[in-house]
Design a protein around this ligand. Structure first.
Ligand code: MN3
Length: 199
């Protein structure tokens, strides 16, 4: 069974008033995400990874580390990353659930400090990649950044929040201003209830 492009969990124009335009989502979801699905399916066809879960393929091909696996890893990890990314945002104004606020405060000292670290991680990622808030293998929360399609699954961590800092994610709405895109993401776009559900 081939992987499929999931529908956005909201309309293409649902985030426009919050700083992510319909045009961005038309390109980012309908074209970029779709390309990862198409190319990922093509890459695993006839290989040992056909029929495996996204997570199994990501972990297995990242661990294998062989250049021959890069086409599989890059596309399948990006497929998974975008599946999560749309769910982590939303048009509603959900406050941060108490259990999440407590966990963040325990690990970072305050929500503001976590957000500062997250913005710095995203702005500081040279070239394409992602900023993450993860639950680490020791149960503590931490902020990371990763290059290209690399994600927390590779390291056995749980992805609580991820922000795509590839240029295709922000260039239509924010041009080159990646820090502004990251601030807007945290202030206006994140669905904190979804983040809390991943704890
Ligand atoms: Mn992207």
């Amino acid at each position: 069974m081939a992987f499929e492009l999931p529908d956005l969990p909201y309309a293409h124009d649902a985030l426009a008033s919050k700083g992510m335009s319909a045009e961005t989502l038309e390109f980012h979801h309908d074209k970029h995400h779709n390309a990862y699905v198409t190319n990922g399916n093509k890459a695993i066809e006839g290989t040992e990874w056909e029929g495996k879960s996204l997570e199994e393929i990501i972990k297995g091909t990242y661990d294998a580390g062989a250049v021959a696996q890069n086409g599989i890893f890059n596309n399948i990890s990006q497929l998974w990353n975008h599946n999560q990314f749309w769910e982590m945002m939303g048009p509603g104004d959900t406050g941060m659930p108490g259990e999440l606020e407590k966990a963040i405060t325990e690990s970072f000292g305050s929500v503001g400090k976590m957000m500062d670290e997250f913005k710095a991680a995203g702005a500081g990622q040279f070239g394409s990649g992602w900023a993450w808030l993860v639950k680490d293998t020791d149960g503590g929360l931490k902020v990371t950044n990763t290059e290209n399609g690399v994600n927390p699954v590779c390291f056995g961590q749980t992805a609580l929040l991820g922000c795509d800092v590839w240029e295709h994610s922000y260039y239509i709405d924010f041009r080159n201003a990646r820090p502004d895109y990251l601030s807007n993401f945290l202030d206006n776009l994140v669905n904190w209830e979804n983040v809390a559900s991943r704890l």
